[in-house]
Design a protein around this ligand. Structure first.
Ligand code: SF4
Length: 392
């Protein structure tokens, strides 16, 4: 793996990604339902590294020999890992699969000053793209979101990431309580001025089991209603489009050619190996795909890997119909839409003409030639309903 190799362009193929989940965070954000855990004792990184490598071996047996098109270190907060841990994980991936020079290797990072000091080490280990969890560009909202950094930290981390990594993205959360369209427009324009070529813009969602869920249920946290959220979403589309970073997926925006290769693999329904606590994978075996899922609790996962070589709880075989549904669900998130021939091959049918016609008439979907179907911007607002309608 040559960290200095120029990044390979997207081929348009679904590809094969490797995802590694680091399940620890310095603090738990009140809106977060990811598999992330706070530990007050230092995490035994060499022990976890050894377990990641053991589980990789089992995933390699399931996947067979493959050429990796992207690697993603997600979490949790992977930027709490030492650079030596990251280097060992990347070396492990190269020992089990073919990893060409120049593939996208992304790491999620929080913009605290401590984590930013490790950026050069991650770069030397082979990371060539960083995705920063900035989330807001005002200190009041950062505190409300439970973040440990402030705007000054975020701007420093963005500057450093731009200097060190060939590619960089950051996340923002909008549709925050009381957020007006004007305030969000100003914040988004400011964000675009700091961005390189990619931004992830998520609406705040209230997830069951989080502290925000309890507050929301008790009426102590009011989020924008559907109409206000739609206005915020539309403003997001207009501004990013006008600045040359249109949405290529519901929440992801990039200059053409700077799309996240790894996430495209999910949305194009490619294969991916999911390593680590709570990771999911999709691996093709003959006509079927195997859906893998691992134990979520980090220490339980660790002990299971140490005793039987992997932390998998489940290996579900997805038949053609289930794969067709997943292909549609993922592909309609993309502006490039879904490959209809692939969907027809799996589902052994055409889209229901009456349902398709109705969605076309309402302007929720459109055909791209004969071969692709996609959601329009207004269809994206009701994506789940569109998918449910077409999948019937
Ligand atoms: S830092 Fe990210 S993964 Fe960790 S608790 Fe906050 S939102 Fe969740």
């Amino acid at each position: 793996m040559n960290p200095a190799a120029p990044l390979l362009p997207d081929t348009g193929e679904p590809g094969f990604g490797v995802y590694v989940h680091w399940p620890f965070c310095a603090a738990k954000c009140p809106y977060c339902d990811f598999n992330s855990h706070v530990r007050h004792q230092p995490v035994d990184q060499p022990r976890f590294t050894a377990a990641f490598l053991r589980e990789m071996e089992v995933m390699r047996q399931l996947s067979g020999p493959k050429t990796v098109t992207s690697i993603f270190l997600g979490g949790g907060t992977p930027s709490l890992m030492d650079p030596a841990t990251v280097a060992a994980i990347l070396d492990g991936i190269s020992s089990y699969w073919h990893v060409p020079d120049g593939i996208e290797i992304t790491m999620e990072a929080n913009p605290s000053s401590v984590e930013a000091t490790r950026f050069r080490g991650y770069r030397s280990a082979g990371v060539n793209r960083v995705s920063l969890g900035v989330q807001a560009l005002n200190d009041t909202d950062l505190r409300f979101l439970g973040r440990l950094h402030d705007v000054a930290d975020a701007l420093k981390a963005i500057g450093l990431a731009r200097e060190i990594f060939p590619r960089m993205s950051f996340d923002l959360i909008y549709a925050r309580p009381g957020q007006t369209v004007e305030a969000w427009e100003a914040e988004l324009k400011q964000a675009i001025s700091y961005a390189v070529d990619h931004l992830s813009l998520y609406q705040l969602t209230i997830e069951e089991g989080t502290p925000f869920f309890g507050l929301h249920k008790a009426g102590k946290l009011i989020v924008p209603d559907g109409d206000q959220s739609a206005l915020l979403y539309e403003a997001t589309q207009e501004i990013t489009e006008a600045h040359g970073m249109p949405a290529y997926e519901v929440s992801n925006h990039a200059k053409p050619g700077a799309e996240s290769r790894h996430n495209l693999t999910y949305w194009r329904y490619g294969d991916y190996a999911g390593i680590g606590p709570g990771a999911h994978g999709r691996l093709t075996r003959g006509r079927n795909k195997i859906a893998t899922a691992t134990e979520r609790r980090p220490e339980t996962w660790l002990e299971q890997v140490e005793s039987i070589g992997h932390g998998m709880l489940d290996q579900e075989i997805l038949d053609d119909e289930e794969q067709a549904d997943e292909l549609l669900l993922m592909g309609l998130r993309l502006r490039e839409g879904v490959d209809l021939a692939r969907w027809q091959q799996l589902s052994r049918r055409d889209p229901d003409p009456v349902r398709e016609e109705r969605l076309l008439e309402h302007g929720f979907i459109e055909r791209l030639g004969n071969s692709r179907l996609r959601c329009t911007p207004s269809g994206m607002l009701i994506l789940d309903a569109v998918v449910a309608d077409l999948a019937c």
